[in-house]
Write a protein that binds this ligand. Sequence first.
Ligand code: ATP
Ligand code: MG
Length: 453
Amino acid sequence: MPLHASHLVAEPVGPAGAFRRWAGHFCLVLGVGWLAWPWTLLALATAALLGGLLLAWALGLPASFARRTGSVRVLVWRRRVRRDWHAVCARCGLAERETPQLRRSRGSFPYVQLRVRPTLGQTSRDFEVAADALRSAFGAARIRIEPDGPTDVLVTLTVGDTLGIPFAAATGASPELVGSVALGRREDGQAWRLPIGPHTLVAGCSGAGKGSVFWSFAFALAPAVRTGHAQLHGIDLKGGMEIAMGRQLFTMSATDAAQAVAVLEHLVDLMRARAEAYAGRVRSHTPSLVEPLHVVMIDELAALTAYCSERDLQRRAETAINLLCSQGRAPGFMVFACLQDPRKEVIPSRGLFTQMVGLRLKDQSEASMVLGETAVLSGALCHRIPRDMPGTGYVLPEDGGHPIRVRAGFATDDAIREVAEQFATPSHVQLRGAVPAPVTKRPQRARAGGGAS
Ligand SMILES: Nc1ncnc2c1ncn2[C@@H]1O[C@H](COP(=O)(O)OP(=O)(O)OP(=O)(O)O)[C@@H](O)[C@H]1O
Ligand SMILES: [Mg+2]
């Protein structure tokens, strides 16, 4: 059979062929459409382009999207609340005789604040009782009720979630250790900054994302680690799984109880020596190459303080942690610990931690143990954080305001390895396991009748 020229051009088959066919049909429809209805097609294309750009903005930069479009969204919510106020109050049992007066509505995304004047005989307690019904009637994510002056009630609705999309943990911008470091984002779109200095306890059940808070903090200090202004010491009794990935960031590492006790007691010695050197000279520490900030980072604190099979090591670890927590802040020693179970039996020295991060917890009582009952009543609902939002939690602001919902950046294994390589500490100290504690002989009892009277 003679070979025709067309046989030399292979017909595309499989997915490539299908794509070409569809692209051809699409171009044909577009061409015909353009000839028949050019302006309609132009308007549709513009709308699709704008929609795509908005979607990309919302998914790619959710905080910036929320900030820029927030005022419009709050306006829509305020209108909706004003429109439905009477009906909602009636359905939620707040308008038996008359409707509480909605005096003012305002807000900045994701919050809408309503100032309400209760009817005669009503109190803020009535609004607290109806809070969940009000929240669900308006379709808000969360609600907070508080008295506002002698007569009014402030109802704060959270109407959006800027923390829904995970984001990557970032390294700190500079080696300077002043004030606080950024760990992630706050619900209101601002950066979540954690003060450096206060001993910090991160509590959350398994899978709550303690690892992301742990690594976000290590990443934030990484520039100071590289220059030698900060030294991190990692303790991970879960076989070292967590800290092994970023070992180069840690000056000392411990993966069993004996090593952990050695690290902690060594730090207590350093702390005492520094405090003695400071006595009468200075009252607070400024990180320097000679006197760096020491941060002991413990992945599962309970493995050391509650589940350790060697009683002596457990007691010594507890004593060292208590000493570091109670005396470490001024001479520049900080404890940063993660924990699954915040009960007092598990962590007797919970009160020595002055900064708490409450991630997802089992129930309301655990949330109260971590952040306090008042914080839970004013909205720190750690037990309601969804499972599919690891790294999300609540913190209390330093100024004592309401709890803030936050999310830490996520550090992948590769990111941890990369940061550890790039910001490796210049000082590594290898300690042997814990030196056995000196045996203290009990003083012999004086024989009866033998002592001085
Ligand atoms: N900030 C985050 N953003 C997105 N995903 C996260 C974040 N933090 C954690 N995750 C995901 O959640 C999973 C559990 O997180 P992680 O291991 O940190 O929990 P954990 O609280 O340390 O649990 P455990 O106590 O069992 O060690 C991780 O494998 C990761 O995929
Ligand atoms: Mg973990």
